[in-house]
Write a protein that binds this ligand. Structure first.
Ligand SMILES: Cc1cc2nc3c(=O)[nH]c(=O)nc-3n(C[C@H](O)[C@H](O)[C@H](O)COP(=O)(O)OP(=O)(O)OC[C@H]3O[C@@H](n4cnc5c(N)ncnc54)[C@H](O)[C@@H]3O)c2cc1C
Length: 497
C-alpha cells in the first residue's frame, strides 16, 4: 500500500516564507527577495517514501473497468499534475479516500512543481506585492492523499498500467487522471533562442508558475524598462503588476484592442485608460518580431545572453531590460500523445471526462471537451467536480460534464481597482439587440447582447453589481421578459454579484 503524506498548507516554500518570520510584510518587497532567494532544498517538501520504494502494486490485467489494488480493496487513483484541477479533484475525492469497502480509493498525485497547490489566478497579486505567496495556497490535500511534489511523470505504460517518472520511480494505477495543465506559448521571435539552444535569454520570462513569479519579482525594480508581449488577460495582469512594482512598462499587443478574445473595443478602451493612468504604455496593433540580446559574462545565466531590447515589426527598437512573454498557453498533451491517446488541441474527453482509454481521464487546461479547450480556472474546477462524481458514483459511469459556460473575470486590484467581467458572445450578430450603459465620468461600461428572447452575452467594466444576475440569466438560457423594462432592470440590478 502506498504510504500517505499528510500535507499541511504551510509545508514547502510557503512554509519557508512563514518560517522566515515575514508573514506580516504582505505589502512589502521583502518577501519577494526571500522567495527568490530560496534554494530548492529550502522549498521542496520531499515525498517521505524513499526512492525506489514507491512502485505500486500491479493492477489486475485485462479488467474491463477500474479495479481495486490487490489486497487493498481500494481503487488506485493516480493523478499527474498538481495544479488547480488536480487540487480540486483530490479535495472532492477526500471523503472516499481510505474508507473501507467498495468505492474506497487510494489517491496519489505526481506534481512537477515542488510547491503545495496554489491558486494560479492570483499570481499577479503576488507579483505586485499585494499578497504574500502563502495567501494563495489552496486547501491542503486531505490526510490520506499522497502528494509527491517535485516529481515529473515522463511515460505512461497503458498495458502495464504504470507511470514512470523522471527520477526513475514508477507508480501503478487502476484509474489515471491527466491534469497536466498548459505551457506558455513562446512566440517565434528572432533572437529568442540561440541556434540549437533552448534557453531563454536572461531577462526574458514567461508567467505561468510561482517560480516564474519569483523570478520576475527578483528581476523587477523601479524604473526598469520592461516590455510585456501580449495584451490578453495574462499580459494585462502582468503589466499592471509590474507597473505597481515601479517598472517602466510598455505593453505591446498585436490585436486591435486589449483582451479582444473576451471584450469589445469600448471595454478594451476603458481597460487601456485604466492601465495608462497607472503608468503602463499600451500599444495596440503592435507586433514584436524579435528580442535583442548581448552576451553576458561572469555570473551569467545558462543562456549566456541577456535581453536589452525588443524589435517591432515596423523596425522600431525599444529598450527592454525585462521582457515578459504573455502570448497565450498551449495544453500539455505530450504524455497523452506519446501514450497513443486521442489528442486534438487538447486531450480529447467525453462527458465522463474519459479519454480514448477508459481507464484514463483528463481534466483542466490539458483537456478538450467537444472541441473546446477552456484554459480557464472555472472550467478546470467544474471538470474536476464532475470527475469526482464519476469516480465515486455508481458504475458504469454516467456522463457528468456537459461543458462550462465560462465567465471571464479580471480584477486589477490596488488603489482605484478595476473589475471586469465578460461572458458569452459579446459581439452581436445581425438582428441581435444590444443594450449599452456607459458612464464616461465614472469609467463604467455595461453591455448585453440579446438574441430573440435570450441573453447571449455581456461585458461589464467598473460596475459589476449586476454580474451575478446577468450570469445566471445567461447560464439558465431562459426566455427574457418580453418588454425592455425588465432587461434594463437586469442590467442595472445591483444585488446579484
Ligand atoms: C497569471 C495567471 C492568471 C490567470 N488568471 C485567470 C483568471 O483570471 N481566470 C481564469 O479563469 N483563469 C485564469 N488563469 C488560468 C488558470 O490558472 C488555469 O485555467 C488553471 O490553472 C488550470 O488548472 P490546471 O490544473 O488544468 O492546470 P495548472 O494549474 O497549470 O496545473 C497543471 C500542473 O501540472 C503539472 N504537470 C504538467 N505535466 C506534468 C507531469 N508530466 N508530471 C507532473 N506534473 C506535471 C504542472 O507543472 C502544473 O503544476 C490564469 C493563469 C495564470 C498563469
Amino acid at each position: 500500500m502506498p504510504r500517505t503524506s499528510p500535507h499541511s498548507a504551510v509545508d514547502g516554500p510557503l512554509r519557508g516564507v512563514f518560517r522566515r518570520g515575514n508573514a506580516g510584510d504582505a505589502g512589502g518587497k521583502q518577501w519577494r527577495r526571500r522567495l527568490s532567494d530560496m534554494t530548492l532544498s529550502d522549498t521542496v517538501r520531499t515525498d517521505p517514501v524513499p526512492a525506489g520504494a514507491a512502485v505500486a502494486d500491479r493492477a489486475p490485467v485485462g479488467a474491463s473497468r477500474p479495479g481495486p489494488a490487490p489486497g487493498s480493496g481500494a481503487t488506485r487513483v493516480l493523478v499527474v499534475g498538481g495544479g488547480m484541477a488536480a487540487a480540486r479533484l483530490v479535495h472532492q475525492l477526500a471523503a472516499a479516500v481510505g474508507t473501507a469497502g467498495p468505492g474506497s480509493l487510494t489517491v496519489t498525485v505526481l506534481a512537477e512543481e515542488p510547491h503545495p497547490p496554489y491558486n494560479r489566478v492570483l499570481l499577479a497579486e503576488v507579483l505586485a506585492g499585494r499578497y504574500p505567496p502563502q495567501v494563495i495556497a489552496l486547501p491542503a490535500p486531505a490526510a490520506g492523499v499522497r502528494w509527491c511534489g517535485g516529481v515529473r511523470a515522463v511515460r505512461v505504460d497503458r498495458v502495464a498500467r504504470r507511470v514512470r517518472c523522471a527520477d526513475g520511480r514508477e507508480f501503478g494505477y487502476d484509474v489515471l487522471v491527466l491534469a497536466t495543465g498548459a505551457n506558455p506559448v513562446l512566440p517565434p521571435l528572432r533572437g529568442l533562442f540561440a541556434p540549437g539552444g533552448r534557453e531563454l535569454p536572461d531577462g526574458v520570462h514567461p508567467f505561468r508558475t510561482l517560480d516564474d513569479c519569483a523570478a520576475l519579482a527578483a528581476a523587477v525594480r523601479p524604473g526598469l524598462p520592461t516590455v510585456v508581449v501580449g495584451g490578453g488577460l495574462l499580459g494585462v495582469s502582468a503589466a499592471r503588476a509590474l507597473a505597481a512594482c515601479g517598472a517602466r512598462v510598455l505593453l505591446a499587443h498585436q490585436g486591435t484592442h486589449l483582451m479582444e478574445r473576451h471584450i469589445d473595443a469600448e471595454a478594451g478602451a476603458l481597460l487601456r485608460d485604466h492601465l495608462t493612468a497607472r503608468g503602463v504604455e499600451v500599444h495596440a496593433e503592435c507586433r514584436v518580431r524579435g528580442v535583442l540580446t548581448r552576451p553576458t559574462s561572469g555570473a551569467a545565466g545558462p543562456a549566456g545572453r541577456r535581453v536589452h531590447g525588443v524589435e517591432l515589426a515596423d523596425g522600431h527598437r525599444l529598450d527592454a531590460d525585462l521582457t515578459v512573454l504573455a502570448c497565450g498557453v498551449r495544453p500539455r498533451t505530450g504524455l497523452a500523445r506519446d501514450a497513443g491517446l486521442d489528442v486534438g488541441a487538447g486531450i480529447r474527453v467525453d462527458g465522463a471526462l474519459r479519454t480514448s482509454d477508459p481507464r484514463i481521464h483528463a481534466v483542466g487546461d490539458c483537456a478538450e471537451h467537444h472541441g473546446t479547450v477552456y484554459g480557464l480556472a472555472g472550467a478546470a474546477q467544474e471538470q474536476a467536480d464532475a470527475l469526482a462524481r464519476v469516480l465515486t458514483g455508481p458504475r458504469p459511469a454516467t456522463p457528468a460534464y456537459t461543458g462550462t459556460r465560462a465567465l471571464t473575470r479580471l480584477t486589477l486590484a490596488g488603489r482605484d481597482a478595476l473589475d471586469l467581467a465578460a461572458f458569452g458572445e459579446t459581439a452581436p450578430r445581425p438582428g441581435d439587440d444590444v443594450v449599452r450603459l456607459a458612464d464616461a465620468t465614472r469609467g463604467t461600461y455595461r453591455k448585453v447582447v440579446v438574441r430573440g428572447d435570450r441573453l447571449v452575452g455581456g461585458v461589464l467594466v467598473g460596475a459589476l453589481g449586476s454580474v451575478g444576475t446577468l450570469a445566471r440569466a445567461w447560464e439558465d438560457a431562459e426566455p427574457l421578459p418580453a418588454d425592455d423594462g425588465p432587461l434594463l432592470h437586469l442590467l442595472t440590478h445591483d444585488g446579484g454579484s
